[in-house]
Design a protein around this ligand. Structure first.
Ligand code: GLY
Length: 373
């Protein structure tokens, strides 16, 4: 083997880089292999850290993971900002969930009752109270719920910071695709890069997002059951801040969110499409976002379009991530984060390095699909 590391992470998105940075902080020799780091789902993500406002009835285990990771975000952000010298645009002003139609208001009432039953911090608001918090909201907004503990961050800044912090901590970045995972006596021993170079590692962490299920060299049963779930977003530029906090809204059952950045930009997201590995930005996708966003914040149509992007979320059969040892010795998974990669990054790194509760590890265990009949 030309090079040898304690840990080789396949995938340089927010998950892979977080796992690698935390490994480097523990004194491990670590490398990340990715031909284009930070260009996949992390590049398209809006960065909502919103387990409370995004909670759904059937997903209480996901809520537990989200809350555990949200709790880690203040220290993670502070340490990362310090280690990299970068500002992450990490903000903690909460998420405002708003309802447009009477059908949306009824759904919001149900959600607020559920959130209350779970004892989560959220406040039910009238339409007028919503507009007092966010004056740019349309008069037609009928009511809302403020999840004051939710936060958000700029994922592009986070991945730039992680790359800088990883380098400062002595981690290596191998700008190549992994062609094959190498095994000996049924255990993973390293990888062969597309350049032909082989790299040895005691532990290989598969954090390749939506591509994690397509790796050569592993037995089919060791490959994670992830599928790409396309999301299109639009970034709009504004000379002055349009919103003070994240706004999530339902417009006749169709969901949209608007995430403000410190520099005045607003991110509109996101479509949710099962289109395989298609990353085309479509007129229909953008129309859907603008149609719904305009109902909630009419002023968005005045803003300049800065960027449109489509990313692929790594979906799993139960919407929960796969983090932990795989069925092949030497292989760990850190993938399948679906809509929550940015939120779950600090927890994922802790799960990989033994710093999270056993209950959370069990929820994320990659072996759970094998164990089910
Ligand atoms: N976390 C929001 C999304 O995936 O669209």
């Amino acid at each position: 083997m030309a090079h040898r590391f304690d840990v080789l992470v396949i995938g340089g998105g927010v998950i892979g880089l977080s796992v690698a940075w935390r490994a480097a902080g523990r004194g491990l020799r670590v490398a990340v292999a990715d031909p284009a780091p930070a260009s996949g789902a992390s590049h398209a993500a809006a960065g909502m850290l919103a387990p409370v406002s995004e909670v759904t009835y059937t997903e209480e285990p996901l809520l537990r993971l989200g809350l555990a990771s949200l709790q880690r975000w203040p220290a993670f952000a502070a340490e990362l900002a310090e280690a990299s010298g970068h500002d992450l645009d990490y903000r903690t002003d909460g998420t405002l969930d708003v309802a447009f139609g009477s059908d949306d208001l009824a759904a919001l009432d149900d959600l607020a009752a559920f959130v209350d039953k779970l004892g989560l911090p959220a406040e039910r608001l009238t339409g007028r109270e919503c507009r007092r918090l966010e004056p740019m909201l349309a008069p037609a907004v009928r009511g809302g719920m403020l999840a004051g503990g939710d936060a958000w961050v700029d994922p592009r800044r986070v991945t730039r910071a992680l790359l800088a912090a990883l380098e400062r901590a002595g981690g290596a970045l191998l700008r190549s695709r992994v062609a094959e995972v190498l095994t000996a006596s049924d255990a993973v021993t390293g990888v062969r890069l597309a350049t032909g170079e082989t790299v040895g590692a005691d532990r290989v962490v598969l954090a390749a997002g939506a591509w994690s299920g397509n790796l050569a060299g592993l037995p089919p049963e060791a490959l994670p059951p992830v599928r790409p779930v396309k999301g299109q977003i639009m970034r709009l530029r504004s000379p002055a801040p349009v919103l003070r906090r994240c706004v999530r809204g339902a417009v006749h059952g169709s969901n949209v969110y608007l995430v403000p950045r410190g520099d005045g930009e607003v991110v509109l997201g996101a479509t949710q499409e099962e289109m395989g590995f298609d990353t085309r930005v479509t007129a229909g996708g953008l129309w859907e976002l603008l149609r719904d966003a305009r109902e909630l914040v009419p002023g968005v149509t005045e803003l300049e379009v800065a960027d449109v992007v489509a990313g692929l979320r790594p979906g799993t059969p139960d919407n929960l991530p796969l983090v932990g040892p795989a069925s092949v010795p030497g292989l760990w998974l850190a993938t399948g984060h679906h809509r929550g990669g940015v939120l779950l990054a600090p927890l994922t790194a802790d799960l990989c390095w033994g710093e999270a509760d056993r209950e959370l590890s069990t929820i994320c265990s990659p072996l759970r699909f094998r164990e089910r009949p």
